[in-house]
Design a protein. Sequence first.
Length: 267
Amino acid sequence: MMNCVTLFRDGDHRWMVFGQDPARPDGIIDTNQVVITAGGNSAMLDPGGLELFPHMLEAVTARIDMDSVRHVFFSHQDPDICSSLPLWRQVCRPDVKVYVSWMWTGFVSHFDRETEFDPIPDEGGTIRLSPSVQLEMIPAHYLHSPGNFSVFDPAARILFTGDLGASLGHEDPQGTYTVDDFDAHVPLMEPFHRRWLGSAEARDAWVHRVATLDPRMLVPQHGLVMKDDHVKRFLDWLGGLDLSAGIDAVWGPGGPPAKAADQRSPR
Ligand SMILES: [Fe+2]
Ligand SMILES: [Fe+2]
């Protein structure tokens, strides 16, 4: 059975993360799926790929009534996030809202042409779960997708970060889903962030925006969550990281041409 951990609970306001499935088929990347409940309503964030849909459905329906799912949110367009869309729509209420960046609606429609999306504008928007729980979609464009969003829950002070903060190859023997030793965790995040994030300017803007939100927990779509002091440590680490690791390959073995100033010969 897919693992499920409750990350936050205050009355019926709850954050659950699903993943670390021991029966996950070989060759597919490990993902976290998030369900938030409040006021009898639920939202699913990045509900996953179609290969793990049966496991995810079993784990979700053991905990919530599918009729409570009013909102399905995709941080971006990747198949590990949204290829399950046509299957979820078969088990969700017909008026479920499906959110993805306006940039991606026509692309994600290749998974399910009949979905009527709620396109997210570049500046983001709000998903109202209950009178006291409103989720804010925070722009995270170019990190890594050009149309990409994080989700902040001000009442819980938790930020769902999508692919930001992703780690691969983590061990979680206690099943806490939580980073324990930040320094030991950095090598599990670094290759992904260096290769997949293409814009230092976009990174700087997101780090600044998230610092003003002051979350106490970051929940990525891959790997372990970061809490309390680790939130600031993560933002500091990400803010100082060298990005665009793939660009050397574009230049090829010769590298970039020497700058004009370097080629000028003395007269
Ligand atoms: Fe992605
Ligand atoms: Fe991802």
